[in-house]
Design a protein around this ligand. Structure first.
Ligand SMILES: Nc1ncnc2c1ncn2[C@@H]1O[C@H](COP(=O)(O)OP(=O)(O)O)[C@@H](O)[C@H]1O
Ligand SMILES: [Mg+2]
Length: 365
């Protein structure tokens, strides 16, 4: 019997997206089914190119068609993606950044915990999967992106009088550090900072972006709160070290986003442990063990993963070469790649489960 379009769809109704808990056909992920004798091909549009389940879903599609339609079918799924979009309602200006599908803030209570390091490597790792990514350094008092990308130019202005972001490693970049001199920045006060951030976000030609990462200034005070309220955020991730002092501040970070109804995607534990290169089986928990993991559990937010302390990571940051570009075999590099997948996964879950018309409440999961 000839294989039909309906046969293939019916078979794929049995393949469930493990994150979203629904089948690929109801999720509208299948298109472009082509049948030529025993050859069956179709496109599977995942919710992110960084989907960690890609290989598993591909295998499940092949198995479903072979087992339920025809054992001899030659099945070729074309694994593609369409990043989903969602915005927290009633928060920020909805026209601001309207071609940006997801705006993700990276926050920490304390400075020096690795927030910029995480932002940079997260952005580059997402771009490496083929996603369209932007990164904004909103830390006017201590901008890190110029150094971490080794870019020190001023962005150009186009004919529409918009700023053109600089681009490196596939990421569109903007830093307060490109625009404001360090010795001028120190006298800026909170309201000036937040209005400048809003202005440079809206007056930049970002084009279409799947993910825009905002590296927030450290802390949970007025500046952070105003930035968070003036930008249409999809969600936030919190970076902490396992130390008690950092954790106390991370807790305040989770609470701050709760106040403005921005979902917290989860907590990242940076500087989680140290493995000496000559003792690859050892793990030293220099700043304590599992502190951020336990905090995530206690606060009911997902734990997104841990990044080890690594000299190479620090050196890459100082010389403008993110570790995910420099050495994909480094422990921290692998950690960031997994982390970027988990963040993209949590964004997709949130976009699929949050009611777009309702005010989004903080999601403790
Ligand atoms: N996991 C890590 N291993 C080694 N060095 C790190 C790690 N995370 C951050 N660093 C270094 O610590 C310093 C502070 O990190 P940074 O990302 O600038 O923190 P923040 O943005 O939170 O102030 C930087 O020099 C950075 O290279
Ligand atoms: Mg920083």
């Amino acid at each position: 019997m000839a294989i039909t379009h309906e046969d293939v769809l019916d078979a794929l109704r049995n393949v469930i997206d493990p994150d979203l808990g629904k089948d690929l056909v109801s999720l509208n992920m299948i298109e472009d089914i082509k049948i030529d004798g025993k050859n069956v091909s179709f496109t599977v549009n995942l919710t992110t190119p960084a989907c960690p389940m890609k290989a598993e879903i591909e295998r499940a599609c092949i198995n479903a068609v072979k087992h339920l339609v025809d054992e001899e079918a030659v099945v070729t799924p074309n694994m593609s993606s369409k990043v989903t979009k969602s915005r927290a309602e009633g928060q920020g200006d909805q026209n601001l950044l309207k071609d940006v599908k997801n705006v993700i803030a990276v926050a920490s209570g304390k400075g020096g915990v690795g927030k910029s390091t995480v932002s940079v490597n997260l952005a580059v790792a997402l771009a490496q999967t083929g996603a369209k990514v932007g990164l904004v350094d909103t830390d006017i008092y201590g901008p890190s992106i110029p150094t971490m990308f080794d870019i020190h130019e001023r962005p150009n202005i186009n004919t529409q009088r918009k700023l053109v972001p600089l681009e490196k490693y596939g990421v569109k970049l903007l830093s307060m550090g490109f625009l404001v001199k360090q010795d001028e920045a120190v006298v800026w006060r909170g309201p000036m900072v937040s209005s400048a951030v809003k202005q440079f976000l809206s007056e930049t030609d970002w084009g279409e972006l799947d993910y825009l990462i905002l590296d927030l200034p450290p802390g949970t005070g007025d500046i952070q709160l105003t930035i968070v309220q003036s930008v249409p955020l999809t969600a936030a991730v919190i970076v902490s070290t396992p130390q008690t002092v950092a954790l106390d501040d991370a807790r305040k970070g989770v609470a701050m986003f709760g106040k403005v109804n921005v979902p917290v995607l989860g907590i990242i534990e940076n500087m989680a442990y140290f493995t000496p290169p000559d003792l690859p089986d050892k793990k030293y928990h220099i700043f304590g063990k599992d502190g951020a993991k336990n905090l995530a559990e206690k606060m009911g937010v997902p734990f997104l993963g841990e990044v080890p302390i690594e000299q190479q990571l620090r050196e890459g940051g100082d010389s403008g070469k993110p570790i995910v570009v420099e050495d994909s075999t480094a422990l921290s590099s692998k950690a960031f790649t997994e982390l970027s997948q988990r963040v993209a996964q949590q964004v997709a879950i949130r976009n699929a489960t949050a009611e777009p018309t309702e005010k989004v409440e903080i999601q403790y999961r």
